[in-house]
Unconditional design. Structure first.
Length: 370
């Protein structure tokens, strides 16, 4: 018998939202890990908020909502609030009841900026990899590091001589006066661009940068990740301005934040890290540099004896898994081009995306280790 296509509106629902989420849904394991990490951050959250005044959005709910934005590749906060309004799975994960009102997108972003000031994304990543059940998955001796180019939210048209950018000239010429407006045509032929003499009026922290030979130069940041080699989970990350020395300097910072001073460790990396200063720094801190040899027209800083060892060869194979991290962050995490302007916000967003990558992989890893 054919059922009727009736659509009556019901005022009440007696089904608990907890019962609507399948027991084996991956977000259940992810929420449990998230809640454990957030409990460890409770005192840090207290320091970000005043003890008087009108209550704001709970920081735990803010962070859970931002995790969903990365998990489901939602590009804007307005779309995120729209999804949160009618998606019961989203409401359950964040901790909103069916009848709870959803925040305005502007209110949400204003409250999110408070978490930015507290560097919450870096603390969340650190607490996540410090959970006892997660620590069993991590290697304490073998690491890999790499960097990736992240497009800035700025056009090359905004890359002007510093005098013009400071003076408020939209296009660096007279085209705007001819009716082109802020997006007027520019003739770049014959211009010499340099980060020393030019800067972006849209995002002054971005830098004109090319990742390799025969690649176009574009306004960018660099994202860096430190990965452990056992399961390919990210232990630390940060974003920097796009410069030639940024990768080596960021690797030193991340390694020193994670390294056990009483343990000798190895660090795998690509040819870009084969510099005299970086290799010397690694050795000074009892880190064996498993860096790919760069002997094209120059002398490598990595000895042939070290390059012939079994550990070195294993590190060179495993280190390439960090590209999987960057691939996920740029596609699923929608970070091929950042949605924010300014180094502080880009760093915050990139670090949070690394934490989300870990969360996406941890349930299967934990299930396989039991």
């Amino acid at each position: 018998m054919r059922g009727a296509d009736a659509r009556p509106g019901k005022l009440f629902s007696y089904v608990d939202m907890e019962d609507r989420i399948p027991e084996r849904h991956p977000l259940r394991a992810i929420r449990r890990l998230t809640d454990e990490a957030l409990r460890a951050l409770s005192e840090d959250f207290d320091e970000l908020y005043s003890r008087v005044g009108r209550p704001g959005i709970a920081p735990e709910k803010l962070l859970c909502t931002l995790l969903l934005q990365a998990f489901f590749s939602i590009c804007s906060e307005r779309q995120l609030m729209e999804q949160l309004n009618y998606n019961l799975l989203f409401r359950w994960f964040v901790g909103l009841d069916v009848d709870d009102p959803v925040w305005d997108a502007t209110v949400f972003t204003k409250n999110r900026d408070r978490l930015l000031r507290g560097d919450v994304s870096a603390r969340f990543l650190a607490e996540l990899v410090s959970l006892p059940e997660v620590e069993r998955l991590l290697s304490a001796e073998h690491f890999s590091v790499d960097g990736t180019q992240i497009g800035a939210w700025a056009s090359v048209k905004s890359f002007l001589p510093k005098e013009a950018a400071a003076g408020g000239d939209d296009d660096g010429g007279d085209d705007g006066a001819a009716g082109g407006g802020h997006n007027a045509e520019r003739d770049f032929r014959g211009e010499r661009w340099s980060n020393e003499t030019h800067e972006s009026k849209t995002d002054a922290d971005s830098r004109l940068y090319r990742k390799g030979k025969n690649r176009e130069a574009r306004l960018s940041y660099l994202g860096h990740a430190l990965m452990e080699n056992r399961n390919g989970l990210v232990l630390d990350g940060l974003a920097t301005r796009a410069t030639g020395e940024a990768e080596c300097l960021a690797a030193e910072v991340m390694l020193m934040r994670r390294k056990d001073p009483n343990r000798k460790v190895t660090l795998g990396a690509d040819k870009g890290y084969d510099t005299k200063e970086f290799v010397k720094t690694c050795k000074a801190f009892a880190v064996e540099p498993h860096v790919a040899r760069n002997d094209s027209g120059r002398r490598s800083n990595i000895s042939k004896k070290l390059a012939g060892s079994a550990e070195y060869k294993a590190s060179q194979v495993v280190r390439k898994r960090v590209e999987e991290v960057f691939g996920w962050v740029k596609t699923v995490g929608v970070l091929a081009k950042t949605r924010h302007r300014g180094l502080a916000k880009v760093d915050w967003q990139f670090t949070l995306a690394l934490a989300v990558y870990n969360l996406a992989r941890m349930p299967k890893l934990l299930a396989g280790s039991n």
